[in-house]
Write a new protein. Sequence first.
Length: 166
Amino acid sequence: MKTIQGIAHVYGDNVDTDRIIPGKYTKTLDVSHLAAHVLEDLDPDFRQQVQPGDVLVAGDNFGCGSSREQAPLALKAAGVSVVVAAYFARIFFRNAINIGLPVVEIGPHAITPGARLAVDLLAGQVVDESNGRIYPATRLPDVMVAILQAGGLVNYLRERGDYEQQ
């Protein structure tokens, strides 16, 4: 898996799934509709500023709240290539992996908005190319890396022959 590079959009602690995508927008399967409303209550300018490949950076407990799968889907559909946080709510973490959105945990950080980041999932590190600082990251288990490489859990299971579409 290659290194992911992008511009940082930085947020704080306890960003819950309702702040990522408000519940009133989750009654659709149209991911472009989800992307159009991603983070609108937390940062109304995010949708206009995010570019494909950008990196969302947060503090502790990112994705807390409900178990809605639309939260990582909305981020991925908006162009976020990876989410870096000090800690993820576990259901968000698994939902992100399952839909093919990489998530990386690092300790306390000093990443600022607009920093250019390089995230290496295999090496388990995040490099702030703006200042050269390297943040060690929790390395994902091989099976999770394989799921991400396949583009999500369904694709992974299809590749293994463990999934048949009904």
